[in-house]
Design a protein. Structure first.
Length: 149
């Protein structure tokens, strides 16, 4: 029994140490480096939109790009879709709020947690709405707060 306890200890302690070592929550994502080049990746920040440009809806930016402004909402009932909806800043969108676009690549972006429920703007390309999704699909370059930094 004593031998089993020593073997278990020799296995459990290194595994526990490795698991704790890999869970460092103090890591600043802005300080991470690119594995290939060893160059720090800058964290992109986007200034709020001027008040005159905070018009809810879609604005054509030219060259196939658009800006979508609206309220950001996560909808688990739509297979985890992130929607940009019509609504008023500071108020929850109504259950039947019009979907301006759904951000098809939100999980590739860093801003989902900080912008949920906020007035946001996103820039990217908008696909035609074929009716199979909750609205037209937006491939966003970024999603940022429209009303504050």
């Amino acid at each position: 029994m004593n031998r089993l306890l020593r073997i278990s200890t020799l296995v459990i302690i290194p595994v526990l140490a490795l698991s704790l070592w890999g869970c460092d929550t103090t890591t600043d994502p802005a300080s991470e480096t690119d594995d290939v080049l060893g160059v720090e990746e800058p964290v992109a920040t986007h200034d709020p939109l001027p008040e005159a440009e905070r018009v809810v809806g879609v604005t054509d930016l030219g060259g196939g790009r658009v800006r979508v402004v609206g309220l950001l909402q996560y909808r688990a009932d739509l297979d985890g879709a992130w929607l940009i909806l019509e609504g008023t800043a500071g108020e929850d969108p109504t259950p039947d709020a019009t979907v301006i676009a759904w951000v098809e690549n939100m999980y590739d972006l860093d801003s989902a947690c900080s912008t949920k429920g906020a007035l946001v703007y996103a820039e990217g390309t908008l696909a035609e709405d074929d009716g199979s999704e909750p609205g037209p699909a937006l491939t966003a370059e970024f999603v940022a707060r429209a009303d504050e930094p």
